[in-house]
Design a binder for this molecule. Structure first.
Ligand code: ARG
Length: 266
């Protein structure tokens, strides 16, 4: 059974603005955030059937809920993130502590390399893709490639709204890719096209891209997707996936949705 790491949104709010979605005056409604998050976890556990590990939330760290940014896990090893913004850098020790307490070998990159975990590094079993420029540093990928013994293809993120790769790029279990073509430059699009055949590349409509259509969790034939993306749902259903839509509007105020709220542990 696959397992995901999550963190309850007890202290989730908009305390600072580090991406174009975040506005301090657009306050989170705590009760709504809690019920949206609980529904997401319930769908994952009951409908999708994954195991969910809950870490302890920490007061003063509102974005700790976005566990996709904890690091990247492969087997019993994890490389912990080094956040670009000081606001999130304080999360690193809590993520590292969770992994240490759960028996993982905890690695870090050298001090000067920004790397934001599974938010910027994701892919298919053999080939991984790394999003850079907005948050992660392109120079982190050769090191990660060496650590994990996987090829990592760097993709520059050119649109500030799609600041992490998982906001515009979602590999599916059957080898298809859901993505937002306008978030990449011509070089990135060519690199994607070289690896993923045309019939497997599924572009999401622009109006659903900005409702985080790509920030979906795919486990086997199940896809958990933020509400408001009906055309993307039909698109993946036509490829044999079963969709589960979850309202995540409170988290979108912070620039995140389903995928950002989870981290694959195996
Ligand atoms: N407010 C958070 C940030 O800007 C949102 C992170 C979303 N995470 C993700 N994997 N896309 O860092």
């Amino acid at each position: 059974m696959s397992r995901l790491l999550v963190c309850p949104p007890e202290y989730f709010q908009i305390d600072y603005e580090i991406n174009p979605w975040m506005r301090r005056e657009n306050a989170v409604v705590p009760s709504r955030a809690v019920s949206q998050w609980q529904t997401l976890v319930q769908v994952l556990e009951q409908d999708v059937g994954v195991g969910v590990e809950r870490m302890q939330p920490v007061p003063g760290l509102p974005d700790l809920v976005f566990t996709a940014n904890a690091g990247v896990v492969a087997g019993h090893r994890v490389v912990i993130s080094r956040f670009r913004y000081p606001e999130r850098r304080r999360e690193e020790v809590y993520f590292a502590q969770w992994f240490r307490e759960h028996g993982y070998e905890v690695l870090t990159l050298e001090e000067s390399l920004y790397f934001e975990g599974a938010g910027d590094l994701l892919g298919f079993p053999d080939t991984w893709f790394g999003g850079y420029r907005q948050r992660s540093d392109i120079r982190s990928f050769p090191k990660l490639s060496e650590i994990f013994q996987r090829e990592i293809i760097p993709l520059e993120l050119i649109d500030g709204r799609f600041y992490h790769l998982d906001t515009c790029f979602c590999p599916l279990s059957g080898g298809e890719l859901l993505y937002v073509p306008s978030a990449f430059d011509a070089y990135g699009l060519a690199a994607i096209a070289q690896r993923i055949p045309e019939e497997q590349r599924l572009a999401v409509p622009e109006d659903e891209a900005i409702r985080f259509a790509c920030n979906a969790v795919c486990v086997g034939k199940h896809i958990v997707i933020p509400a408001g993306c009906p055309r993307t749902m039909r698109l993946v259903e036509s490829r044999g996936y079963r969709t589960h839509e979850v309202e995540l509007g409170e988290f979108m105020k912070s620039g995140g949705a389903a995928k950002c709220l989870t981290l694959a542990l195996d």
